[in-house]
Ligand binder design. Sequence first.
Ligand code: NAX
Length: 331
Amino acid sequence: MPSAENGTKSPIRVAITGAAGNIGYALLWRIASGDCFGDKQPLILQLLEIPPGMQRLDGVIMELRDSAFPLVHDIIGTDDPEVAFNDADAIFLVGSRPRTKDMDRADLVAANGPIFVGQGKAIDASASPNVKVITVGNPCNTNALIACANAPTIPNKQFTAMTRLDQNRAVGQIAEQVGVPASEVSDVFIWGNHSNTMYPDPRFGKVNNKPVTDLLDSNWLQGKFLDTVATRGKAIIVARGASSAASAASAAVDHMRDWWQGSDGRIVSMALPSEGWYDVPEGLVFSFPCRCENGEIIVVEDLAIDEFAQKKINENVQALIEEREAVSELL
Ligand code: NAX
């Protein structure tokens, strides 16, 4: 972590794509206030938009300056990925084309894949060699795979995709069902793809050190709980008339904060290129149970897998293999 000799930290460079979008608008204020990298860590914000978004980005930058955040040393707005990623220590890949009513998942993969080819190349050309990348733009697992494949000089394990929103949704459901604050629920995590095949795994979860499986009925855990978490994004669109934005930004902060500052022994969900863990094919960007220490992500490798979990893991492997095949010419 960059640090000046007089004990005060030197600024880190944090790049955010799609910075004038809905998630960007919520994310920037959380990062700028110190929630992600710590309240002593100065920041240079490097914000990327496409040309039609540059006017909105100008407005966002005006508001950021008007917030007079003590940690923010500079703000750069650009439509050039190499400028945005220049020497970046952390990158949030948020910008992409959102799914519209007429698009299925295959259309979304096809529409967004090329964006992540260009951004992967730009990361390779200009980011810090130690950069930590989180991909939020959907389909985020496969977009992370594409960016990673196009950045051959950056180690694979520095590319991740976000399943923390799904984890937080799962934690929220369990907390509500038991009747406790979310802070009392731990070690609930997500396997697989950020899509409705994902598996929110409650088997190792605890509420104040009591197993979740002792507190809640297994029919609820394998039925309504699973469906509610998997379809929550759609339910929010129906209720709010817009997709999740503040909760997505909050989850992105949680993901990067734990990676940067450590997860304090807790198990958290992160999608990253598989090294064959739990027999998930090498290279697939798959969400695993992880712990973070000293800036590294460590997959928790010794958890028992029962028949139901294996079935869900297999479904996710299959879905991600199909997505990978659909973008094979971009890898
Ligand atoms: P918005 O449409 O509000 O914002 C996206 C922004 O990205 C726009 O300002 C657009 O101009 C910009 N953009 C598009 N292409 C770009 C490119 N090539 N380079 C830089 N900027 C670009 O969408 P928003 O609600 O912010 O959502 C952003 C992405 O997050 C979407 O792909 C969405 O599907 C995804 N989500 C992912 C979640 C997750 O858990 N992984 C949950 C929330 C969200 O659905």
